[in-house]
Ligand binder design. Sequence first.
Ligand code: SF4
Length: 313
Amino acid sequence: MTDTTDDAPAGGSNAADAAPAAGADGEAPRPRRRPALSPSRAGDFKQCPLLYRFRAIDRIPEPPTKAQVRGTLVHSVLERLFALPRGDRSPERAHALLAPTWEELSQESPEWSELFAEDETGPDGHAAGWLDGAGTLLDSYFELEDPNRLEPEACEVHVETELGSGVRLRGYVDRLDVAPTGEIRVVDYKTGAAPRAIGEAKALFQMKFYAVVLWRTRGVVPRQLKLMYLRDGQDLAYTPDEDELARFERTLEAIWSAIRTAGKTGDFRPSPSKLCNWCAHQSLCPEFGGTPPEYPGWPEPAGGEESALDRAD
Ligand code: SF4
């Protein structure tokens, strides 16, 4: 297999990618994670190379929105719901999981609680109205399917593979259903605030990304890619085929190659679209009169990770 780090963009150290990282204070060296492409970052580059740069290379923090945080909460509750035995997965149990799950998430990320003004939180510190909104998304989920009829293989599954060309792909699948016949269904919950029409192409891109990873790791083309839109109570099922995934794989390789080419010089150009309305970096974007910070060089190892907030979008 070709090692993609062989011609890593300037600023990176090829040897360091492959070599173990030295541990602190005489600890055993830890193996470095290889640079990899995630569906969110690949989607960013496709949408706007400059957006990719801001997120993956400059790593400019983006304040989470209430909708993103609510999405993360709903994903966590659904994951916990599937940990309950079949028969116990009721709307009431899901609602009862909301407050303790939020408690845990806000302890892990205290800045999320700061999103809420004091008058939005009750005496227990919970943003009651906001939690109700998350409850509405859960109700919408139960209208789409009965979780007691399903036994997923896993929820929030980390998937990773390396393509023949050496491009490493990495991501998280919301839910993986595997039938006794071995047929795979990939399920993704969508809770985001953007209109569905705008997000749909992006969502299918993400699902095909997962389908390629699963195809390459398990040797089976997923039978179905299912998107569940909890805000409008609708779902979308898509059946990929092998030829299509092979073409998509070449698209991903081309994206990674374009990222590395841009990374050598820092030439990440803005590509304005309707999606700029959801971009947190307009003030730094030349299309909006801003100036990007000086190019810091290719990160080591190369950026491509996605966050929990990305996954909940
Ligand atoms: S505002 Fe639009 S063009 Fe500018 S970086 Fe964001 S997505 Fe790209």
